[in-house]
Design a protein around this ligand. Structure first.
Ligand code: SF4
Ligand code: SF4
Ligand code: SF4
Ligand code: FES
Length: 679
């Protein structure tokens, strides 16, 4: 054997490397990755980060692989319990003083984790087709969901700390409408046929999203739905004035154009038993929604003229012209109640009341929906609960209302409504619409285990059921009805799980380790205020007479200006950042050692490189690369201990000319602290 070579063992593998090599180099030769942040081959070891630690047999202390040299017969463990624990500690120490957002709060707060920041930026740059492609990485209905989503992303949007959140949902449908109008959508790639058949029960947002995902993976997908057209609650529960059927149809047609087959007017139990259906497919997803209105449980509920909220909305959509009369009360405070009251106005009711047992502040409906309903003449009766529906000749003639007041907060922090003893009111009515919730219909799915609520019991992670090859997601499972994007989030997980199942594997989602900032208004005090875009609308006196869309849509100029308000919170380097990749490898707790952050600031609008000292881990790579590789020596560590920062600023004119062409520091920074800008 060559005397210049040293043979050692790394993670059970024998490897021979030139004598004098480091353990890190030997591991690389053996194909074993040892995390390292402050090391660069050209610069040699520096020893600042400590994440490259390994355990060596019979050696009492941990060694830094980037500087420790190999020895004959050495036995190295890169993933022993001790090595991983020490590496985790090193990463937790680095993360404890690392102040950055890996992912923007908008994306984190979207149940489906749609990349809001990315598509908002693409819209800001006028790249609408790219924006739609970004959205469609998550789900296939951007024009529909943009119109109806209560946008939890906006509730978390950082821009709210400046003046108002970015209008993310409206931007989403602006881009989708624009691309449809321009006919320039990016084509969606469909995978080579897998030979596997998937049957999806339910053509709503969950079923359609799962179909979209699975057809892209080459599976032969058929969606079955009980209604004459696809769309589920988006079609039959959301009124035309909020989501035109033609907009939805264009999106469901686009899914069909990818090869997804649709079978309508098909109901499990009525048209085929579940067992026989299941036998026809390699895998099945049950996503049949929640189509039953919840009962109010008051006397008189069975009178003629009492409607369930979604039954009423569906009757209108299917052209049944429900005879609700001139005076109508809607019971409930959610978005279905708003859809029902505004629809009642449009089908000709003269006086429409919303009866809600708390105050406006506690109403779960979107504030804008409440305002628009008021503008259209709906009268809100807050702090009232139905006590009895009054009837004459078997028909509704009024409602007795219990007067309520707010008591102690409940488990969600909302103050509980409590009856005021002996205080009642009566109103004369022709019909009552109960919009207090909806539930699934288990009929036909008895083979599947149920929760105590009567929903289908599915695994919360991968949405498998106890029946092999049967998955279930959306409003029909677990906690029951929620918002469409929540059902879509579940459908994405279910689709990944089905794909894995069809490939003989099991899918389990993993929650990534992230760095997150905790910011308040004072952190944005220096930002200029820019008003949020206002959506143009048809006037209330006009729109209350028909079902034409209320919102007129943003213009390209307004949309781009709105998108430019985005603060770009998520880190530009998330996909390349070694710090967060290694933190994930050891499942580091980024909060555990969080203390006082070292003095950090952002240097924005620099000529060539932006620097965010808050994300800097002081690994010194940039300083050394500038000195040793670029031969410039422009950078240095300034200050001592906790107050150390990298200097000088790149805006120094003597530095920028060199930096403009070199950029080596930013290319080699292991975190997102340095960002190359411009060309
Ligand atoms: S530098 Fe890395 S860890 Fe820090 S915010 Fe960016 S991606 Fe996350
Ligand atoms: S400002 Fe932009 S990146 Fe930040 S949360 Fe809002 S939309 Fe997302
Ligand atoms: S800015 Fe320089 S010192 Fe800070 S993390 Fe990046 S390379 Fe290391
Ligand atoms: S100490 Fe070895 S890579 Fe940082």
């Amino acid at each position: 054997m060559d005397s210049e070579m040293t043979t050692l063992e790394i993670d059970g593998q024998s490897v021979s490397v030139p004598a004098g090599s480091t353990i890190l180099e030997a591991a690389a030769a053996a194909g074993v990755e040892i995390p390292n942040l402050c090391y660069m081959k050209e610069l040699g070891p520096y020893g600042a980060c400590g994440v490259c630690v390994v355990e060596v047999k019979d050696c009492p202390k941990m060694l830094r692989a980037c500087s420790a040299k190999v020895a004959p017969g050495m036995v190295v463990y890169t993933k022993s319990e001790k090595a991983l624990a020490t590496r985790r500690l090193a990463l937790e120490l680095l993360m404890g003083d690392h102040d950055g957002d890996c992912i923007g709060p908008c994306k984190l707060n979207c149940p489906a984790h749609t990349d809001c920041q990315k598509y908002v930026k693409e819209i800001a740059e006028g790249r609408y087709a790219d924006a739609v492609a970004t959205i469609m990485e998550t789900f296939p209905l951007p024009a529909a969901i943009g119109r109806v989503c209560p946008h939890p992303c906006e509730k978390a949007c950082r821009r709210r700390l400046v003046e108002a959140p970015i209008s993310i949902a409206q931007l989403k449908y602006f881009a989708a409408d624009q691309v449809r109008k321009d006919g320039n959508a990016h084509p969606i790639k469909v995978g080579a046929p897998s030979g596997k058949k998937v049957g999806i029960i339910g053509g709503g947002p969950a079923g359609l999203t799962a179909a979209f995902k699975l057809v892209q993976r080459g599976h032969d997908v058929t969606v079955f739905d009980q209604m004459p057209e696809m769309g589920g609650m988006l079609r039959y529960g959301i009124p035309e004035y909020r989501l035109p059927k033609a907009v939805l149809k264009a999106e469901t047609d686009a899914i069909a154009a990818l090869g997804v087959k649709y079978v309508n007017d098909f109901k499990i139990g009525r048209d085929e038993g579940f067992d026989s259906f299941r036998a026809r497919f390699d895998a099945v997803i049950v996503a049949n929604g929640a189509w039953k209105s919840s009962a109010m449980r008051v006397k008189g509920e069975d009178l003629e003229g009492v409607w369930g909220g979604i039954d009423f909305l569906r009757a209108v959509v299917t052209g049944q012209k429900p005879a609700i009369g001139g005076r109508v009360a809607i019971v409930g405070g959610g978005n279905t109640a708003m859809d029902a009251c505004r629809t009642a106005v449009r089908v000709g009711a003269k006086e429409v009341f919303v009866v809600y047992r708390r105050t406006r502040k506690e109403m779960p409906a979107e504030d804008v929906e409440i305002t628009e309903a008021e503008e259209e003449g709906v009268v809100f009766k807050f702090l009232y609960a139905p006590d009895e529906i009054l009837g004459r000749d078997g028909k509704v003639c009024g409602m007795r209302l219990q007067v309520m007041e707010l008591g102690e907060p409940d488990e969600r922090g909302r103050r509980k409504p409590v009856p005021v003893p002996g205080k009642f009111e009566e109103i004369a009515l022709d019909s009552v619409i109960a919009a207090i919730g909806q539930r699934n219909d288990p009929e036909g799915f008895e083979a599947l285990p149920q929760t105590q609520k009567g929903t289908i019991a599915a695994d919360e992670g991968n949405f498998s059921t106890t029946l092999p090859g049967v998955f279930a997601c959306g409003d029909t499972v677990n906690k029951g009805a929620g918002i469409a994007i929540g059902a879509i989030a579940q459908a994405n997980e279910a689709a990944l799980a089905v794909d894995a199942y069809l490939n003989g594997a099991e899918y389990r989602p993993v929650k990534p380790v992230l760095s997150e900032r905790d910011l308040g208004e004072k952190d944005f005090a220096d930002r200029p205020r820019v008003a949020r875009a206002k959506m143009p609308q048809r006037p209330p006196e006009e729109r209350r007479n028909d079902f034409k869309e209320v919102n007129l849509g943003l213009s390209p100029e307004t949309a781009q200006a709105e998108a430019k308000r985005c603060l770009e919170c998520g880190c530009h380097d998330y996909h390349d950042c070694r710090l967060i990749r290694y933190a994930n490898l050891v499942n580091a707790d980024t909060q555990r050692l969080r203390g006082e952050f070292h003095e950090g600031f952002e240097e924005r609008k620099l000529v060539t490189i932006e620097r965010n000292q808050r994300k800097c881990i002081l690994c010194n790579l940039c300083v050394r690369v500038c000195e040793q590789e670029a031969k410039q020596g422009l950078l240095g560590l300034v200050g001592r201990g906790f107050k150390t920062v990298i200097r000088p600023e790149f805006r120094d004119p003597s530095a920028t000319d060199v930096c403009r062409t070199c950029r080596l520091c930013a290319e080699n920074c292991p975190t997102g602290a340095l960002k190359i800008i411009g060309g």
